[in-house]
Design a protein around this ligand. Structure first.
Ligand SMILES: NC(=O)c1ccc[n+]([C@@H]2O[C@H](COP(=O)([O-])OP(=O)(O)OC[C@H]3O[C@@H](n4cnc5c(N)ncnc54)[C@H](O)[C@@H]3O)[C@@H](O)[C@H]2O)c1
Length: 473
């Protein structure tokens, strides 16, 4: 498989981040012999142990029980997760399953072999479950419309499951996943990885809950804007035959590569991108919404090839424990202005947070009318405010103009692969050391919240949520 083939894929359409799989492959290609490779692996393992020791205590880190893992879905995100899992201690890869056998499957099996994991590759996940009896956990990164069937069958086969978001493209599919996890008693973690991100956890636990720096949150806004992107391609010589594509639910190679834009397969940008951030709205507001209004459409791309809306502008209404709140969210795919972030606005302060610190301050601002935050600065909860130079010559035109609030930084550095803490939380739960940060019930609430947006756009009117819609019984 050549580098050109890789370029042909134009892997730009998903919300994946972290180390690019091309980096992995290029890294592999430059390692001359196994000796150097062994050294790299040794260095990596030492780093992992140090990281885990930090969170679990040294004694436990060295004794972590081995978890036997299979990867189901070895595409763009499967490879991002693989990269993060290779940096989780005592994870033993046993098998990989992917229907693109000559391409993604082969590639990932080869990567794992280079890491000394003698994995078996499968096209059919049922055969994998039949033959690989020693697997403890399956990590699922197939297209959304496969999640429910894959997760349910893996749980029924006695495996713990980490399943990527969106939990399912249908609520019935998501409901079956919750019920099966309950019936089997197996763990089911949904891949909303911000739930395990130390910065998000810190903001919720320390700044919002304990120090109450935002006061009462009344409004929220957030976005994921991205630039115009071409359809994902594929190397012609690795084209999957039409009858095989059909067997797995795809009309042709174009749809197979760009499934997230098709009705019945994915949910479009609001589901693909928005679900991560809208999940945080529910978490930080400690409530599920009571209603939603949304406007959106096929404003830019042809609905022939991109069936779902390329633009969505959404307002949720919440009744939170503190009172009413409204939360705006937008995603559009024609201009990347200001990237992606979430902003929580309370009567005492504003929190601006993003998974990425490339563009975002990850800062908290005190309202000028709020009590001083000296105590929290002294305790190290937030940094001292940035000093803003006041230019004396500036003419004050209107005495009613608001003074800018003080900017404080959030003192949590997160220089890790985005998905690693969430995967570690999953593996440690399987080991009996932690509790899931995003169990299926939470994933379900998030799916109910997000999937309703497409419905609201189609309906062209305000839709209400009944509290029981968020429950699975
Ligand atoms: N958490 C995140 O930040 C994040 C980021 C990107 C994608 N995702 C999620 O990850 C999942 C995969 O997305 P992607 O971008 O990797 O898509 P992709 O199209 O690049 O990869 C999907 C892979 O699944 C394989 N596949 C399809 N049907 C299969 C089946 N029935 N059995 C076995 N293999 C099958 C395909 O051959 C392909 O290799 C999606 O659910 C997506 O929403 C999550």
């Amino acid at each position: 498989m050549s580098e050109k083939d890789d370029k042909d894929l134009q892997e730009t359409g998903s919300d994946r981040k972290g180390i690019d799989r091309r980096d992995i492959l290029q890294g592999m290609a430059t390692l001359p012999v196994l000796g150097l490779f062994g050294y790299a692996v040794h260095k990596q393992v030492s780093y992992e142990n140090a990281q885990v020791a930090q969170t679990l205590g040294t004694a436990q880190a060295s004794n972590l029980k081995e978890v036997n893992v299979a990867l189901l879905g070895a595409g763009a995100q499967g490879q991002v997760l693989l990269d993060a899992m290779l940096k989780c201690p005592n994870v033993r890869f046993r098998a990989v399953c992917d229907i693109w056998t000559d391409y993604n499957l082969k590639k990932v099996v080869n990567i794992l072999k280079k890491y000394n994991f003698n994995v078996n590759g499968y096209e059919d996940y049922r055969e994998m479950l039949d033959k690989e009896k020693d697997i403890d956990a399956v990590v699922i990164a197939t297209p959304d419309f496969w999640h429910s069937q894959h997760a349910v069958d893996c749980l029924k086969a006695g495996k713990h499951v980490y399943c990527e978001k969106e939990m399912s493209n249908t609520l019935e599919g998501a409901r079956q996943m919750v019920l099966t996890a309950r019936e089997t008693g197996k763990f089911l973690q949904i891949g909303h990885q911000r739930r395990s991100n130390p910065r998000y956890k810190y903001c919720y636990n320390k700044l919002i809950k304990e120090a109450k720096l935002l006061g009462r949150i009344v409004t929220v806004n957030g976005q994921w804007n991205r630039a115009v992107q071409p359809d994902l391609g594929y190397p012609k010589r690795y084209e999957i035959p039409a009858d095989k594509l059909k067997q797995y639910g795809f009309k042709n190679m174009e749809q197979f590569r760009n499934w997230r834009w098709y009705k019945g397969l994915g949910g479009g940008p609001i589901v693909d991108l928005g679900s991560h951030q809208i999940d945080i709205y529910n978490w930080f507001l400690e409530a599920n919404p009571v209603a939603v209004v949304a406007s959106g459409g096929n404003d830019y791309y042809s609905p022939e090839t991109r069936e779902w809306y390329d633009t969505a502008m959404v307002v949720y209404e919440y009744e939170t424990p503190q009172g009413r709140a409204r939360a705006y969210y937008q995603t559009q795919t024609t201009n990347s202005s200001l990237g992606y972030f979430e902003r929580f606005m309370g009567d005492q302060g504003t929190l601006v947070i993003s998974e990425s610190d490339a563009n975002y301050a990850n800062a908290i601002y005190r309202e000028v009318t709020a009590p001083a935050w000296d105590e929290w600065v002294q305790k190290g909860y937030v940094t001292a405010p940035k000093v803003v130079e006041v230019k004396e010559e500036k003419t004050v035109l209107d005495v009613r103009e608001s003074v800018s609030p003080d900017e404080h930084k959030i003192p949590v550095e997160f220089a890790d692969l985005y998905h690693r803490p969430h995967l570690l939380n999953f593996f440690n739960t399987v080991r009996g050391l932690e509790k899931l940060n995003c169990p299926s019930e939470v994933g379900y609430e998030s799916a109910v919240t997000v999937l309703k947006v497409n419905e609201a756009i189609q309906a062209g009117r305000r839709l209400e949520f009944r509290p029981e819609e968020f429950e699975v019984s």
